[in-house]
Design a binder for this molecule. Structure first.
Ligand code: ADP
Ligand code: MG
Length: 626
């Protein structure tokens, strides 16, 4: 069977070390045993038609009282014994096949597990850019399909394809030996025609099935997207539009699925015709030989039984071809991910980052996500150890990009970033990331308990440390008010918590991590002013004595910073502390005036509401810092 693109041999060669694992003698023995059983099962399969033949001849002899030549002496009087042997070989065949499948399952699943793990690990090693470019769910799909593919491929090859080939060869040999070469020639021609037809028809069906799968995926994506946007759909009263969109995909799916069934009918009908032609021809040959006295009635039964037996594995050939081809594509997708070089990799022998003080320096950093559109055009600044530097500027100025560069999610095209004098590109990534804590604007939580999510900051933290971190992040009271306390599930992505609660969980886990360097990326901008004040207190406490880079949207939260940088269009346009910047009367001063006016207006409007919310929250006044 010709297989294009990911070659069967090439893929098998890569899979081989996993299917034949070094140092796992137990698994290797299993493979030997499975193969032994396979051969035994095939021998039993071949014995079966013979017992049938002998039993028939014995019965004929018993009724005619004349011994036919083909029956071994001594067994003539025992047709019942032969029937018993027939039953036994059937049972033996079935039992050995099942035991073999069971034995091999462990080998296949072991390979699946090792490769899935390798891929998963590698996915985490690939860059943020790679992950952002992938469709959501796309990677998990590759993993899932690859897993199934390995299982399918190894099972189909070892348990179905190879045995079928062995069986075909045995049948052809036996026919030539028992009768004459003409029988083998007829059967061989039939098999060739059968496989050729199956291959052509299956190729044609693969295209149809692909269309069906595509429309299925399309329909599912639309449904998921639409349901995820449940609220948006309601805001815009777009239910009927969504339904129509879904129906358009379903219509395509309907068409393609219908075609799949029709094509299956064509495949089955064609196979039946080819097989029956071959079988009739062989039976005619046998009838001719019986009449010429060259063989017995048993011989007629033998060819018939053997061919009927053969029809079963042949029938699966189309499916096997299709599944193997699909499995190869799926496994290839998985290998492609494993083959992808991480964009950001540790240099060989890279040392661990040492952070005796925690001074962060950006030196003339230039960066662009896409070459056509520079984001940072030469940014230099220093956050002295233990100090706080704030970065302000319009949205899209490149503020978050600075934090991504510091984490080394991307690498600058020019310039360098150092921590205590060490270029972050030259040290190990794990040590770099261990030294920095991040409280992002949008916190996503794991779909587990609150306790789990806080503990994520430092896995070996004690219960008391977790509680202390929660207390410092001012979320302890909230957690204790929940009936399940720290064991409360937060829901997918943490959706069961409000923005402020999620944010405080993020702060608590960063406190637990206790890194020497801290990045707060608009950690409070999505919150209402009451929650913001409350969280600001928690943040101020965390950043004390730590090198802190604050990315802020609201200037009132950065007035105490040691230095404020105003970033605009990829350049630092002003720098200094709050009073200095105000007296300069530049961009910052203008921003400050504008925000103060806006804040004043908002405060006036919201004062009543704020007071209400203060009472409703029944939380204490934010504690003074210091
Ligand atoms: N992964 C990305 N690929 C391409 N462009 C990006 C990517 N992330 C951010 N950008 C662009 O870079 C610019 C700066 O983004 P960012 O640093 O997030 O801005 P902000 O100052 O608001 O935090 C924006 O114009 C944004 O569209
Ligand atoms: Mg940002």
């Amino acid at each position: 069977m010709p297989l294009d693109r990911p070659g069967l041999i090439a893929t098998y060669r890569r899979l081989w070390p996993y299917l034949w694992p070094h140092g796992r003698g137990d698994l290797q023995r299993r493979i030997f045993l499975a193969f032994g059983l396979l051969m035994l099962a095939k021998a039993a399969t071949m014995v079966m038609p013979f017992t049938f033949k002998w039993a028939t001849d014995a019965l004929v002899a018993a009724t005619e009282k004349s011994a036919p030549a083909s029956v071994p002496a001594g067994l003539i009087s025992a047709p019942f014994l032969l029937i018993g042997l027939y039953g036994l070989s059937r049972v033996a065949m079935a039992a050995m096949t099942q035991v073999r499948d069971g034995l091999f399952a462990k080998v296949a699943m072991h390979a699946v597990r090792r490769l899935a793990l390798l891929t998963f690990e590698h996915m985490h090693r690939l860059s943020l850019r790679f992950h952002l470019e992938r469709k959501t769910g796309g990677l998990t799909r590759v993993l899932e399909r690859g897993r199934n593919g390995i299982e399918e491929l190894s099972r189909l090859m070892v348990l179905t394809l190879v045995p079928t080939i062995v069986e075909l060869a045995l049948v052809l040999g036996i026919l030539a030996y028992e009768f004459d070469w003409l029988y083998s020639a007829v059967v061989a021609t039939m098999i060739a025609a059968y496989l050729g037809f199956t291959w052509k028809a299956t190729e044609w069906r693969i295209g149809i099935r692909r269309r069906m799968n595509n429309s299925d995926t399309d329909a599912t994506t639309k449904a998921v997207d639409s349901l995820l946007n449940y609220e948006t759909v309601k805001y815009f009263g777009a239910e009927s539009r969504e339904t129509a969109r879904y129906d358009a995909s379903m219509e395509k799916y309907e068409k393609a699925s219908t075609q799949t069934y029709v094509s299956l009918a064509v495949l089955n009908a064609g196979q039946a015709v080819i097989f029956t032609l071959g079988m009739t021809a062989v039976m005619a040959l046998a009838a001719r030989d019986i009449m010429a006295g060259r063989t017995t009635i048993g011989g007629f039964v033998l060819v018939n039984t053997m061919l009927v037996q053969l029809s079963m594995p042949l029938n699966f050939m189309g499916m096997i071809y299709r599944e193997i081809k699909q499995a190869l594509v799926d496994i290839d997708d998985m290998f492609r991910i494993i083959d992808r070089n991480p964009e950001i990799a540790d240099r060989p022998g890279a040392p661990v980052l040492a952070v005796p003080a925690g001074t962060v320096r950006f030196e003339d950093v230039r960066f662009a996500y896409n070459p056509e559109r520079p984001i940072l055009r030469g940014v230099s600044f220093e956050v002295p150890a233990g100090r706080t530097v704030a970065i302000v500027g319009p949205s899209g100025a490149g503020k978050s990009t600075l934090s991504r560069l510091l984490f080394r999610f991307y690498e600058p095209q020019a310039g360098r970033i150092t921590i205590d004098g060490q270029d972050i590109a030259a040290v190990r990534q794990d040590s770099l990331r261990a030294a920095i804590g991040m409280v992002p604007q949008d916190t996503v939580l794991f779909n587990d308990t609150i306790g789990y999510n806080i503990r994520y900051g430092r896995w070996d933290a004690s219960e008391a440390e977790v509680r202390e971190a929660a207390r410092l992040a001012q979320i302890d009271r909230f957690i204790e008010s929940l009936p399940e306390g720290y064991e409360t599930p937060v829901g997918e992505r943490g959706l069961k918590l409000s923005g402020g609660e999620k944010q405080r969980v993020a702060i608590a886990r960063t406190i637990l991590k206790s890194p020497p360097i801290l990045v707060l990326d608009e950690a409070t901008s999505a919150l209402d002013s009451f929650t913001e004040r409350e969280i600001q207190a928690a943040l101020d406490r965390v950043s004390r004595d730590r090198t802190t880079l604050v990315i802020a949207h609201r200037l009132s939260t950065v007035v105490n910073a040691d230095e404020i940088l105003v970033l605009d269009q990829g350049r630092i346009v002003e720098r200094g502390d709050h009073p200095t910047l105000l007296t300069q009367g530049g961009v910052y001063a203008a921003l400050w005036d504008r925000q103060r006016q806006a804040d004043a207006a908002r405060e006036a409007l919201k004062q009543a509401e704020d007071e209400k919310s203060l009472r409703a929250h029944s939380a204490p006044e934010p504690q003074p810092v210091g």
